[in-house]
Design a protein around this ligand. Structure first.
Ligand SMILES: Nc1ncnc2c1ncn2[C@@H]1O[C@H](COP(=O)(O)OP(=O)(O)OP(=O)(O)O)[C@@H](O)[C@H]1O
Ligand SMILES: [Mg+2]
Length: 298
């Protein structure tokens, strides 16, 4: 895979804010009687990759939904570049330089790969000023620029040959790459990625890791992922959610060594053992060691 910086061919009006920071402060949310997020606080800045891990149902996707404005928190705040986001919708975030990939794929089935990526290039705020003021359609020159940028993003993700194909005729890993291209094409400051490695082969995951390492230092990534090897290899900081609470945070080494994390992943009798300190060095059995992520699921 080429250097990831190449995914950022041109600066946009919304990019280039060095050190832009997302802060989640004390966010709580209940669905019915179920407390899904419980005073969750975390942060992620442009330039760093921050992991959010935790067993199934821990609240990771719900946290992304709150950040993006799909769901309103009962309490707490989401702050981006020093300003609280209130009553925002997901498309507002795109204009502010924040993109998201969905758990699964989330491509539009009726659009080919190129058009799916083009969707990521066209928040209204990125049209020319004249188009904005006078309600003009984007010029053909402008459209050509967007198309070439979208093609470049597909090339960087090594799926340019699928540009004219529809999602239903692409292998799953290709669909995932197209979805990533769509998130990266707009030159975002921060991307929220929900399980980008799910369903990928180990060689695809290695390439993804290389892409992330190339992006490190340029954009920020908040990475929800069950593939712990990928998280450990790419994240500088990790937050661990369990039953909606942040139960641990720190560097990969700190999180890996945390008995509470092992307890969360093991559950049941294993949790008792881990709480008692047993197996903390036996990474492979705990779900937070080498390649143990999938065992943590389900
Ligand atoms: N719209 C909803 N209504 C009711 N409960 C919900 C809703 N969305 C999520 N939940 C519940 O909230 C909890 C957290 O779900 P969430 O999808 O955020 O978990 P997750 O950490 O992303 O899990 P996974 O790793 O399986 O994707 C679960 O118990 C889930 O059933
Ligand atoms: Mg999820």
């Amino acid at each position: 895979m080429r250097a990831a910086k190449a995914v950022r061919p041109t600066a946009t009006a919304t990019s280039g804010t060095a050190g832009a920071k997302l802060v989640v402060e004390g966010v709580s949310l209940s669905f019915g009687g179920l407390r899904v997020l419980d005073k969750v606080s975390l942060s992620a800045s442009t330039g760093e990759i921050v992991g959010v891990i935790g067993p199934n149902g821990a609240g990771k996707t719900t946290l992304f939904n709150v950040i993006c404005g799909f769901v309103r928190a009962d309490s707490g705040r989401v702050i981006w570049r020093g300003e609280e986001l209130q009553r925002h919708r997901p498309h507002d975030l795109a204009r502010l330089g924040v993109e998201r990939t969905l758990q699964g794929v989330g491509l539009f089935p009726s659009l080919n790969a190129l058009d799916n990526v083009l969707v990521g290039t066209t928040p209204i705020g990125r049209r020319g000023l004249a188009s904005e003021l006078f309600g003009l359609w984007p010029s053909s020159h402008y459209e050509r620029r967007l198309r070439s940028r979208a093609m470049e993003a597909l090339s960087v993700l090594r799926v340019a040959e699928y540009a004219e194909r529809f999602p239903s005729s692409m292998p799953y890993p290709v669909q995932k790459r197209v979805a990533l291209a769509r998130a990266l094409v707009s030159d975002p400051d921060l991307v929220l990625m929900d399980e980008p490695a799910s369903g990928l082969s180990s060689s695809d995951i290695s390439e993804l890791g290389e892409l992330f390492k190339g992006l490190r230092g340029t954009i920020g990534i908040l990475l929800v992922e069950h593939n712990i090897d990928l998280v450990m290899a790419t994240c500088s900081r990790i937050f661990v959610l369990d039953f909606g609470k942040v139960i641990a945070s720190g560097t990969p080494a700190e999180v890996r060594a945390d008995p509470a994390v092992r307890a969360a992943y093991l559950g049941g009798a294993g949790a008792e053992q881990a709480r008692a300190g047993a197996g903390v060095d036996g990474a492979g059995d705990a779900g937070v060691g080498e390649g143990g992520a999938e065992r943590a699921r389900g």
